[in-house]
Structure formats: C-alpha cells, structure tokens
Ligand binder design. Sequence first.
Ligand code: SF4
Length: 345
Amino acid sequence: MSRPILEVKGLKKNFQVKSRKALFAKPTSVQVLNDISFELREGETLSIVGESGCGKTTLGRCIVRGMSASSGEVIYHAPGGETVDYLKLNGAASKKFRKDIQMIFQDPYSSLSPRMSVFNIISEPLIANFKLSRREVEEKVSSIAMQTGLNVSYLRRYPHAFSGGQRQRIAIARALVTQPRLIVCDEAVSALDVSIQAQIINLLKDLQQEFKITYIFISHDLSIVENISDRVAVMHLGRVVELASVESMFRQPRHPYTEALLSAVPQPDPELKKNRIILEGEVPNPANPPSGCHFHPRCAYRTEKCVKESPALREIGNQHYAACHYAEELTLRSARNEPRTEEGH
Ligand code: SF4
C-alpha cells in the first residue's frame, strides 16, 4: 500500500448566515463541514460524492486553502519525509509547499481570465513559485501544453477562442505546470459534453500514470466516479457517511443514502430504471439539521434509535466505513440494481 500524502483530521467549517426576514437578528452559525476525517494515499484517486449542498465543494476549497476552515488539520506529507499542517503554512514554508496542491474548477468558462493569453494563464503559477528565465518558462509551458493536448502555436490566443474541452485542458495545464503532487478536481468535467468528458477523464488518468499525481475528484456523477476512482467518500449534510474502495461501494453499499445515489446511476437495461429509489422530501436544512441520524427523515429503514442517536462513521470490515446504526444488518442494492436478499431489519 502506498504511503499517505494527506491526512484530513476533524475538519469543520461554519458559515454565519443572516436571516433575510429579521434584518436585526444575530446571524446564525451553519455547520457546512462537520468533523471530516480521512487519509489520502499517494497516487490514488479519492472521489467525494453527494447531492448539491452536501459540502463537497467546500471541503475541496478548505483543503487547498481557497477558503479558511473553522477548525481541524490537513496534514501534508512532503516528499522528503517532512510533515506540515497545510492549513497553517506561512512565509517560506507556504512558498515551499503550497505549489504541491492545486485545484481544477468546474467551469472552464469562468475559471480562466478572459484578459490573459493562454500562455500567461499557464505560466502565472510558474513565475509566482519559481525563479526561472524567460526561456525556461517558455519551455515548461510548451511542454505541459503538449502533454495536455494543446496546440503550442495557439498559446498567444485568449480563452474565448477555445471550446469548453480545450479550455479545461488549459485549466489542467495551469494546475500541472508547477508539478503538484495532489490536484483537487471540483466537478472538473460536469460542464462538458459527454464525448469531451471522456477525453478529459482519459487525460487525467494518463497524467496520473505519468506524474504519479494524487486526485481528490469531487463529482455528483457516479458513472464517472466508478470509472476514475480507487476509493469513494459519500457526503451527506457536511459529514462523510460512507467511505470504501470503489468496488466495495458499488458492489455492496452499507449506507441507505449511498444505495439511493447508486440507484440513480444510468443503466443500459431500461427495465432496471424501475428500481430507482426516489428519496422523499427535501435535502435537510444544515442550519436546522434533523436529530439523531441526519438522514432519518428520508430513510426507509429508520427506527426510533435513528431519530435519537447519531451514528458514528465506523469500519464495517475490509476498510469499508459507514455511519449507519444498521450497516451490518441491512442488505442494500448494489449499483447494478441487484435485488435485496433480505428486507432491512
Ligand atoms: Fe437510516 Fe437509521 Fe441508518 Fe440513518 S442510522 S441511515 S436513519 S437506518
């Protein structure tokens, strides 16, 4: 097993939210990330999935310091064996390590400055992090452009001259140019056509092989997640409710929320669509989360215990973790919509 590159420990993020109706009322604190902990191994792809509003993008931004976490640690294991809290880096240490973790954003139309040429977009982090001659910068930008499938003769053009897929290649080239060890991809292909999505996913996989990159892949699309991931973490209302290898998660989910998400994965057999689990009710309000298990208002398997007691994330076996009181007892449907062999508990 490869060594850890990142350890997220007890990460929390609160937002202060003011009511629109009561203008003079004190803002209330909304917990968007609630005690997130996991380990990331060098060279793996860990996908973070969940419905819109579950906190997955906030988690990615807190890890790369695009947003400050309220508390917790992100321990980074540097190549030389040095270990640092990435969230507390400043001064020379910040300069030394922050280039090692980069982010690719969802929308290639808004994430690239329209006033900068592609060459300047890609070279900007290089110039900010390294002392290089003009010639060295040009060589590195040309090299990464070729590796990401961009035409080098177009580097003086501006982003508006490129298609969505080409823009995402520019964003990937910019993220890669400092030779990071870890890239957080936030819905990196969801704004693209299906055929372009496949090209970008293949590009990310090829680059991972070539440069031994570790990915955190944030996505709502479980078909893509199955294709690209080594492990998957499912988030619900700011918490990780299930974490397992992609095979274990898709073959034998242990949390009813995961079962519902997997049932929505498109199936080639139209008959299987009839088995889709429709979760009733709205996603709960993080400002006023339900008691006990936060998923209980929408869970078909809930009991009195679920309403009263919050289940901890615990290992069910073979590095498969789930936050459900009945994770061992429930026999949930897999991603292939195979029927349950027993009915709940
Ligand atoms: Fe459902 Fe109860 Fe498990 Fe929560 S703890 S997922 S409500 S069965």
